[in-house]
Design a protein around this ligand. Structure first.
Ligand SMILES: [Zn+2]
Length: 223
């Protein structure tokens, strides 16, 4: 049997085993507090064909650098995949619920409409996360802007103004938080010295795992 990459097992007060294949094509297992490892392995084995199919989909589809904007194509938002669904009429233009619904009237210029939508949504989410971590850590940005950058997820000017690429909003919330914390720490520590990483670790002890995820998913920046 093909090896299934389990990224982590999250235990909580739940009754059943939950399986989720991430955009990075790894598996996250949610399990009851006392479920024995053997039992979890058995469930993974039973569901292996479904898991491998999902992993294959994730590897092929979501990270491809260009979208075709065909129905069913996956779009990522905060780490979740939303199939594109074109709708005939009604009042909606772009709406995210179980799918990413886009009105047919936007089709001629769908790429730009979606990009604008991503930018607006990114602004709301990232601004909110910045405020939260700013309050928590005392690092206060001069401003928070959303850019179209493809080279990096975020940046910090010498005046303490933070920039984030709208593309960051495709990644899971914990990854957004890492980039936010990284840039907030840059306000007082502009380099990547040991002192910088010590400050990041103090706020976010597991930052290295998140940083690794970003490195492995850099293709999302190219979209
Ligand atoms: Zn940096």
């Amino acid at each position: 049997m093909e090896e299934i990459p389990v990224e982590k097992i999250i235990r909580s007060r739940r009754r059943t085993i939950g399986l989720e294949v991430t955009p990075a094509a790894t598996l996250i297992v949610r399990a009851p507090l006392r479920a024995p490892a053997q039992y979890i392995e058995e469930i993974i084995r039973q569901k292996s064909s479904w898991i491998l199919r999902k992993i294959d989909e994730m590897k092929r589809c979501p990270l491809s650098p260009c979208h075709e904007y065909s129905e069913g194509e996956l779009f990522f938002f905060l780490g979740r995949a939303y199939p594109l669904q074109i709708v005939k009429e009604g009042s909606i233009t772009i709406e995210r619920s179980d799918k990413l619904y886009v009105s047919r009237t936007l089709l001629p210029d769908i790429r730009n409409h979606l990009k604008r939508w991503y930018r607006e949504e990114a602004h709301k989410e990232i601004q909110a996360r910045c405020m939260w971590f700013s309050m928590k850590t005392g690092h206060i940005p001069a401003s928070v802007c959303i850019t179209d950058a493809r080279q990096r997820w975020g940046s910090c000017t010498h005046k303490g103004a933070l920039n984030f690429s709208w593309r960051l909003i495709q990644t899971p919330p914990e990854i957004v938080d890492y980039v936010v914390v990284h840039e907030l720490v840059h306000i007082s520590q502009p380099d990547h010295s040991k002192k910088f990483w010590d400050k990041v670790r103090k706020i976010m002890p597991d930052y290295e795992r998140r940083r690794k995820w970003l490195r492995e998913n850099e293709r999302l920046l190219k979209i």
